[in-house]
Design a protein around this ligand. Structure first.
Ligand code: GDP
Ligand code: MG
Length: 504
């Protein structure tokens, strides 16, 4: 991938894509940096930064940090192209240039078990592991998908409830978003658990990234008899919401059509909203924002919104304090952040982090009050009834022990029979072979090598099949997740999380 920064003096390039936050892209396109336009490098400053460029007949200087956010293709065949501003069109003779600019990077972000991997698998036709217990996706996986002439690079990120730096997963996701700057973040929201899932959405909104919400598990929502006006919810959030049932592949086409629309800035619903944190906190935010937003800190604010940095600073996020330390006026910023945090904490007599969390949930419940009608006749769900026993204080562990006993009993006792048959079958086969074949190297090879070797492994096959049958049955029914819950305390005593019971 070539960026404008890579071009040398005198070289020309065609703009393919502009990365960074909406505001930054807006500013650049106002200056004439539009997809498909030719730009040439006039000269680099003595210290090689900034660099003077010519675009549409004007001369403009850009910092290197800004030029790095502009993807170009070397050459000067300026072709008009269905750009973000909707300007059309005359095609490149060989089409290769258009291909490149029609690549959309999509990152999947959502709570654990919201169906990210299921969606990823469906779209990419791959078979990554899905499971309904936490910690299945521990790293990002990338894959490709094509629709309506666009190429999507899809990244399946680990599941997370929040984007602060508490856990390695959270840090990973945040850094991924800021370092790789995906074109669109698809926020997978579990429709049957809206309130908790939308918390992450509020953080993504604060980050100022381009979002499309996949309202997954829509079948669950309908089954419960709840009614959600997802269009109105989208309007409130400023983010399009597309219902999906990714386990059945429903709504995926529509989701990707929407991604294209948002990428091309064609969706009128998209707007960047500010979640209002109340007069006092907002005052603190703007005090910080005005210090962060100075010209010299553009390197950061082109990528991360000053508002987001300010909120995170107030929340006392360590990672962000580190990031802030790279701002030219960092000590001043941190000083103000400390002062404002203290002021707010005195005012609310609560850690400011908790206050902001509460306000986020307040915003969500307000939005849901207007859009979600919960079915009043709350049927006691069968699964809840069963749960009363499976995770019961007294019965939970005996039931768990019973299941484990059943698993291993069946594996070894029941598996013992086919094991015995295989063993005796192989023994018969070897004695038969030894009577038929003349003594010699070949006979030894056949009996001791092939039959002995393969036989020695194959006898365990029945045990393995039965064990894995049990494991996948427990995973698919959701018992594994209960087992994690039951075992958590015990595993904790060994310094492990409950989920490590499964690999153990
Ligand atoms: P991840 O942790 O976000 O990657 O979630 P997974 O993709 O592993 O999915 C968790 C579970 O939810 C799996 O058992 C899926 O089969 C199931 N699932 C995924 N999407 C849907 C959906 O739209 N409806 C229903 N009912 N189940 C789903
Ligand atoms: Mg997953």
């Amino acid at each position: 991938m070539t960026t404008l920064y890579d071009l040398v003096e005198g070289e020309e390039g065609i703009i393919l894509k502009i990365k960074g936050r909406g505001q930054f892209r807006q500013r650049l396109s106002e200056m004439g940096f539009v997809i498909g336009k030719k730009v040439s490098v006039i000269k680099k400053a003595p210290l090689r930064d900034p660099v003077e460029y010519r675009i549409m007949g004007y001369h403009i200087s850009l910092r290197n940090s800004e030029a790095q956010l502009i993807e170009v293709e070397r050459g000067n065949k300026s072709k008009e192209f269905p750009s973000s501003n909707g300007v059309l069109v005359s095609e490149d003779e060989n089409g290769s240039w258009i291909e490149k600019s029609k690549n959309i990077q999509v990152a999947l972000v959502g709570n654990p078990n919201s169906g990210k991997t299921t969606l990823f698998n469906y779209a990419s036709g791959s078979k990554e592991r899905v499971g309904n217990y936490p910690g299945v996706t521990v790293e990002s996986k990338e894959s490709n998908y094509r629709q309506s002439g666009y190429d999507f690079s899809i990244i399946d990120l680990p599941g997370t409830y929040s984007i602060k730096s508490y856990s390695p997963e959270e840090l990973f996701i945040r850094n991924y978003i800021f370092d790789n700057k995906p074109d669109i973040v698809v926020n997978i929201v579990d429709a049957s658990n809206l309130e908790r899932n939308l918390y992450l959405t509020t953080q993504l909104i604060d980050m100022g990234v381009q979002i499309v919400i996949a309202l997954n598990m829509y079948d669950e929502l309908k089954r419960r008899g709840d009614i959600l006006d997802h269009i109105a919810l989208g309007r409130l959030l400023g983010v399009p919401v597309i219902p999906t049932v990714s386990s059945k592949g429903k709504g995926i086409r529509e989701l990707f059509e929407k991604i294209i629309e948002v990428y091309e800035s064609r969706d009128p619903l998209v707007r960047h909203i500010h979640i209002n944190y109340g007069t006092e906190i907002e005052n603190s935010i703007s005090a910080l924002q005005s210090k962060i937003k100075i010209e010299e800190n553009r390197v950061f604010t082109n990528i991360i919104s000053a508002r987001y940095l300010a909120i995170e600073l107030l929340e006392n996020d360590k990672e962000y304090s580190e990031n802030i330390s790279r701002c030219v006026n960092s000590s001043e910023i941190i000083e103000i952040a400390k002062k404002e945090s203290r002021r707010l904490e005195k005012l609310y007599s609560d850690p400011i982090e908790t206050v902001i969390t509460d306000l986020r949930y307040g915003f969500i419940s307000g939005a849901l009050k207007e859009t979600l009608k919960v079915n009043k006749i709350e049927r006691v769900r069968k699964s809840k009834l069963i749960d009363n026993y499976l995770t019961n204080r007294y019965l939970g562990i005996p039931i768990f022990v019973f299941f484990m006993w059943l698993t291993f009993f069946t594996t070894f006792k029941l598996g013992g029979y086919p094991k015995y048959w295989i063993e005796s079958g192989i023994a018969k086969l070897s004695s038969l072979t030894s009577t038929i074949l003349p003594d010699g190297l070949f006979k030894d090879f056949l009996i001791d090598g092939i039959l002995g070797g393969v036989g020695g492994v194959i006898v365990f096959l029945p045990n393995i099949i039965i064990l894995f049958l049990f494991i996948s049955f427990m995973e698919d029914t959701g018992y594994m997740a209960r087992a994690v819950f039951i075992m958590d305390k015990l595993m904790h005593k060994m310094g492990l999380h409950g989920r490590s019971f499964i690999p153990m």
